[in-house]
Design a protein around this ligand. Sequence first.
Ligand code: TTP
Ligand code: MG
Length: 362
Amino acid sequence: MDQIRIILHIDMDAFYASVEIKDNQELKDLPVVVGIGPNIDNYKGVVSTASYKAREFGIKSGIPLSQAYNKNKDIIVLPARITYYREVSNRIMKILKSYADKFQQISIDEAFIDVSERIKNYDNLIDLINEIKNEIYEKEKLTCSVGAGPNKSVAKIASGFDKPSGITIVKPDEVDKFLNPLPVQKIPGVGKKTRKLLEKNGIKIIEDIKNTSRAKIISLLGKSGAKIYDIATGNDKSEVKPKGPRKSIGFIRSFEIAVHDVTKVYQKIEKLSKLIIKKLRRDGFQFKTVTIVIRYDDFSHITRSSTLGSYIKDYKVLVENAKELFDKEYKGEKRKIKRIGVRVSNLTKSKIKQETLSEYFK
Ligand code: TTP
Ligand code: MG
């Protein structure tokens, strides 16, 4: 028999907003919104997240700030400080790692930890979860919600079950009872489109998936159907695994004032390419694919890539390719540029011993 697994999913509550509130207690219990966009003081941009107070008015991630303002004229909009949130996140992840047999970060504010080895059964799990929550709260003054179960999807669904600051433990023999009544969109990966498709076939809750054959679900949803069926039936076997090898290296920078001047963009491309080569050399990689990201002053953005004939770690080749991609895209374009990014991917470990960096910055 397979060993019973104990997997936790930890998700910080209203993460960006909570970080802002902990730094300014006067904001506690107020409808706080963290905004991202060109001019958030005038409600131009989007809501990255909303405090739980703001959520009472229907304000949520992804809606325009103007819409949030219409829902509640008293909202307090704060600019996102992503670098700072990342620092806080890194410290939280370090705490989580210290409790884990296996650890997998999923996003800036959520992670899975497998604790099957150190806990062995579900009886004392609540103590461990409280210990984790307390340590995070003591050190960072932030709350999180925790879900626990015998597989990753059950843990993930469970962490969202009792937010904010909830703990939901689903023991192996409770999985069916827990999953059955939930709407299908609770399954990670089931978005609007899939939900509609399932609904059209009379499948609304997870129990309905179970009462349909695996083959039928696959014929409806294609490849992802197999995974969705397995999750619905409590058979998600995927492992908590640490982040895989690095897939890309890239940097993105903003212009203080949007530009139309190509030489200014070139200068940025050169700067970003130097940073990339520096990191590439330090980590011992070569690349094959070059990508640029352009964000215009109207907030739209495009991504363009080209793949070279062989693996390269050369600064000049990178700059030339990035500029070429840029030229192709920007020729005749009237809009100004607000942000430019360069990224290399398709990485392989470089076999040649690391040479001095200065060579690449001549
Ligand atoms: P989430 O964990 O999805 O949301 P949350 O932590 O704000 O709230 P919850 O209590 O429901 O977990 O996302 C984590 C952070 O990622 C969030 O604080 C802000 C950012 N984010 C965006 O910038 N845009 C988005 O559309 C979403 C969903 C999140
Ligand atoms: Mg969260």
